[in-house]
Write a protein that binds this ligand. Sequence first.
Ligand code: NAD
Ligand code: ZN
Ligand code: ZN
Length: 359
Amino acid sequence: MSPRKMQCAVVTAFGQPLSLQEWDVPTPGPGQILVKTEACGVCHTDLHARNGDWPVKPTLPFIPGHEAIGRIVAVGAGVKIVKEGDRVGVPWLYSACGHCDYCLSAWETVCGEAEFGGYTKNGGFAEYVLADPNYVAHIPAGLGPKEAAPLICAGVTTYKGIKETQARPGEWIAISGAGGLGHLAIQYAKAMGLQVCAVDIDDGKLAHAKRLGADLIVNAKTEDPAEAVKKGTNGGAHGVLITAPSLSAFNQGVGMTRKRGTCVLVGLPPGNFPLPLFDVVANCITVRGSFVGTRKDMAECLAFAAEGKVKADIELQPLASINQVFERLAKGDVPSRVVLDFTGNGEAHTAQALQLEAL
Ligand code: NAD
Ligand code: ZN
Ligand code: ZN
């Protein structure tokens, strides 16, 4: 009996197109679960991973994808907290040690032994994905898999990032980058009672930001964004969240921050940016990194969506189109979020559309 096969998109060389391959369906070992993927969002992080952009690179070959939603189809020995049939998400924070200082203080996102979905562990650009049941997202009833997919990275990252700005209801937040992360950040910020200024370099994204509730929009290409935000918010935003994958957005973001405000960095373009020391010191500005979110943040951010306060804008594509999706993402041509649809609806999504290469 040959083992069951699954289709998957594999990074075999950094900077090169993904290869569509057929791999054996993995078997869950003790403490693991197997999830049959229904949908998986495509995050700009997957593109950084494909390009080998960051100091710590994944081991080749690997399957990207950290916004996978699906049903559990098999559980390994000893798994008690989930069962077959449950709908879960397999996120970036794939697992953590559970007993270090960070894990014990609900900062499992910075655990030194953390594993990352679609990076150090194979991810959701595949028909099946293994997961650690202790770290999966539990998808509330009433939230479909395709709508849930972007929430388990873009949603939780921006929800947590907004909290990290410590901006309070009625105050201003400036959100730099209105793409996959940013379009959700705008909605979370409005739902949390903030006044929102959206900053992007694309008029289409800014028009959409306005439709999503942004009170002010700024095109960083046609005007000085720091000046425009300061003017529009009467002195600068109390909180700034930088999601743009562009180094120039980082200096600009610090410049948008009000005195005593907090600028939270979540975008991850490779490189460094210079901080204007005098301005940061003399204006008592806090600059802070933020990395996805904890399991508690995940549950909270999903609850907002289950209550209808936040909704991901999604464009469905088949797994076979992943390389075209990456090309568009690199150029800023994806309106909000592409979600790979594994449910086989529509002829473009059938297995026949895949140009499979033998492993
Ligand atoms: P995306 O491509 O969907 O959106 C990026 C947006 O930024 C686009 O709308 C683009 O037009 C805009 N942009 C580009 N340059 C800009 C500039 N100079 N000023 C303002 N806007 C600009 O990407 P995404 O999926 O939202 O991811 C964004 C970044 O966040 C990536 O670097 C990704 O790796 C990172 N990320 C970080 C975390 C984390 O935990 N910190 C989690 C997820 C993603
Ligand atoms: Zn992501
Ligand atoms: Zn730990």
